[in-house]
Design a protein around this ligand. Sequence first.
Ligand code: SF4
Ligand code: SF4
Length: 230
Amino acid sequence: MTEHTDAPRTGRSDHNRWLRDAPGTLGRVFAPVAGYGVTISSMFRPTVTELYPFEPAVLMPRYHGRHQLNRYDDGLEKCIGCELCAWACPADAIYVEAASNAPGEQYSPGERYGRVYQINYLRCIFCGLCIEACPTRALTMTHEIDELVGPTRTGLIYDKQDLLAPLPDGALATPHPMVEGTEDADYYRGAVTGPTQAQVDWVRSHRPDDPSLADAAPVPAPALSKEVVH
Ligand code: SF4
Ligand code: SF4
């Protein structure tokens, strides 16, 4: 059995175990100018000055920028208003109010959606805990950094419309029914790949002037294999 000991591993006494070895004669001669070595060698390295904002900033792949509320491929919102992101936030920067979807006239799959969604960027520390807590991957963080400034404090409280992702290509604006025959779990599994003709027809009959109708690209309803859970 190894005996626990506080004895220094260097063999030095407790008193000076954190001290470095004393420099030799050459070390003492060049010590006053040693720092210039770093300066002079840096003069011959490539310039690393970034020209932001004239050129886009170079960000790491996992950089945490402005948040985004995502959508499914038929246009429904992924946020179900569960507030888990708000509870996970250490800075109390998120405010969510949920509401019930009217049957057949949905903003998100399932019963609830996020009616009010706000992020206060005066408080946010970009830690990413909120996106870890989100059960539907509704909330993610983008690489956008250059719009998080403004002349007013209220301008840095982003509302749902500021955070909502644009409609995917061919998708329909909400509200509209879920894809026929699907449940919310089918959306979570990624079974929905676009709006169906039935959804397009519903929007056309309820909002004939909806701009998203012009680019709507219906796809066949997914073939669903129902799992029986005992
Ligand atoms: S990134 Fe962190 S501080 Fe900002 S809203 Fe999310 S949990 Fe809160
Ligand atoms: S963003 Fe995610 S965690 Fe936050 S309320 Fe919406 S579904 Fe829930």
